[in-house]
Design a protein around this ligand. Structure first.
Ligand SMILES: [Zn+2]
Ligand SMILES: [Zn+2]
Length: 340
């Protein structure tokens, strides 16, 4: 069998190294995808640094995969070579544990099963994944744009559409970064009165361009007070990685308002209990989405024109791309593309 290029992490904390590998063969129930684009996500630290989830090294990171089905194993229904397919955080599920039997695949007791962590992910030319993890990529969106939507996209789209907020409701997106720049677009296209909150005034033009009607600079303004003046938010989607920043906006929730956490801070949120009791406010979290929910995300993007802002790099430059993502300077998602 011929070889392919892959970018692997040889050991926890190790470098991202370009290697030649055998092109993998799909086994029963598996599909091989020729990868056209792979997003670099902050969660790739789980593989590069290790120590959070079980990882068998060497491991190829990447859970934002977009490409074309290239070969199928035995017992694979509904997919054929030539189909466009993506794989995200939901990299498979057992199908027989209690949560799976309830259709809650992301809570699989035999998981989480995540490409780039549990098995080799998108930083390579060919990926093998279970068919249940595949999302169809519709016409009208490139693989480079589809890849980040497989995780960053569904992670922000899913909680907003399941939040109970209705068109016209005040919805605030906390943070304009890899997640937040998508959150603002979804919220606007879903018909919410969309408020963007970020540090400094420099992101205001971009936030408005992405669809925010109001911009709050959390350095010069008190976001909780500003939201309260507008009647309080029905939903605040917290995409930042600062518990202190999340704490700062809690007072901006309206009656029945909900803070939905999708960013993962190291520092804790400080929650005054009274703020939850009076006004029935809530704090919740949301973990990405399943393959069909990623597919819904892609369809909605095609329907409404939502796209990630990306920086493209060839696969061989994965280490540079990862460093760029970690620096926080990427605008806003780094995507590795096939070819040199
Ligand atoms: Zn991710
Ligand atoms: Zn299961």
């Amino acid at each position: 069998m011929s070889k392919m290029r892959a970018v692997q992490v040889p050991r926890a904390g190790g470098p991202l190294e370009v290697v030649d590998r055998e092109i993998p063969e799909p086994g029963p129930g598996q599909v091989r995808i020729r990868v056209e684009a792979a997003g670099i996500c902050h969660s790739d630290v789980l593989t590069v640094q290790g120590g959070y989830l079980p990882v068998a090294y060497p491991r190829v990171p990447g859970h934002e995969i977009a490409g074309v089905v290239d070969a199928i194993g035995d017992s694979v229904p509904a997919w054929k070579p030539g189909d466009r397919a993506g794989v995200g955080w939901h990299g498979g599920h057992c199908g027989y544990c209690d949560p799976c039997r309830r259709g809650d695949f992301l809570s699989c007791k035999n998981g989480p099963i995540i490409p780039g962590i549990t098995y080799d992910g998108g930083y390579e030319e060919y990926v093998v994944a279970p068919w249940g993890a595949l999302a169809r990529i519709p016409d009208g969106i490139s693989s480079a744009d589809a890849a980040p939507l497989m995780d960053a996209g569904v992670t922000t789209f899913n909680p907003l559409r399941h939040s109970g907020a209705r068109p016209g409701d005040l919805v605030a997106i906390l943070g304009i970064g890899g997640l937040g720049h998508l959150g603002v677009q979804w919220a606007s296209k879903m018909g919410f009165h969309t408020v963007a909150i970020a540090r400094g005034s420099d992101k205001e033009p971009l936030a408005k361009q992405l669809g925010a009607s109001v911009y709050i600079d959390s350095q010069s303004q008190d976001p909780a007070a500003e939201l309260s003046k507008m009647g309080g938010a029905r939903v605040i989607l917290a995409t930042v990685t600062s518990g202190a920043a999340m704490t700062q906006v809690l007072g901006g929730l309206g009656i029945d308002g909900e803070l939905i956490v999708v960013g993962a801070p190291q520092d804790p949120l400080q929650v005054p209990a009274g703020a939850l009791i009076f006004g029935r406010r809530a704090i919740s979290g949301w973990p990405s989405g399943t393959s069909i929910q990623s597919e819904d995300t892609l369809k909605f993007a095609v329907q409404t024109g939502v796209r990630p802002m990306i920086e493209r790099l060839p696969l061989g430059h994965a280490a540079d791309g990862y460093a760029r993502m970690m620096s926080g300077k990427a605008r806003f998602r780094v995507v590795l593309t096939a070819g040199s």
